[in-house]
Design a protein around this ligand. Structure first.
Ligand code: HEC
Length: 138
């Protein structure tokens, strides 16, 4: 690399948006735990186990492996119609929770995708923001 370009690259790194620089999966998961209790636990239950035939589980589920935009929209737009989670059918509407900030939606998914044996890549606030803008443009 050209040595003279190094200071320039450093400036770009420092000047880029704070949110992408400070995103930390571990602290996102920690915040998400409290948010889950407030926003999701009343239906999906304390251990993510749901309620048989009414509220699908978010623990140990195949459903959370789906692409980030799809999952983000479940919270931003709500979900209704029949779905199959871990082989069982559900058909109860879930209300949209689009009042939650980009960071909060990201934190909640990072918590549930990394709890109760679920394993999923981080969902960043930027991904939520992008999806929210796409929905508005529709
Ligand atoms: C008022 C009850 C209620 C609340 C609160 C709620 N959900 Fe749901 N959720 C449901 C129902 C009911 C379904 C199934 C919808 C259907 O049958 O089409 C569902 C489906 C889902 C699914 C897809 C299926 C699965 O189990 O993986 C995800 C993911 C999900 N919810 C995440 C969340 C998150 C995250 C929150 C909190 C931000 C939340 N839900 C809050 C009732 C709720």
């Amino acid at each position: 690399m050209n040595m003279r370009s190094i200071p320039f690259i450093l400036i770009l790194f420092i000047a880029s948006p704070a949110s992408t620089q400070t995103f930390n999966l571990k602290s996102s998961i920690e915040r998400g735990k409290e948010l889950y209790v407030l926003e999701c636990q009343s239906c999906h239950m304390a251990e993510g186990e749901g309620l048989s035939g009414v509220y699908p589980p978010v623990a140990k589920t195949d459903y959370l492996k789906q692409p980030a935009p799809f999952l983000i929209n479940i919270v931003l737009k709500g979900q209704s119609g029949e779905i199959v989670v871990n082989g069982a059918k559900y058909n109860t509407p879930m209300p949209a929770q689009d009042y939650l900030s980009d960071e909060k939606v990201s934190d909640i998914f990072n918590y549930i995708r990394n709890s109760w044996t679920n394993k999923g890549a981080a969902i960043t606030p930027e991904q939520v923001k992008t999806q929210r803008e796409k929905n508005k443009a529709q």
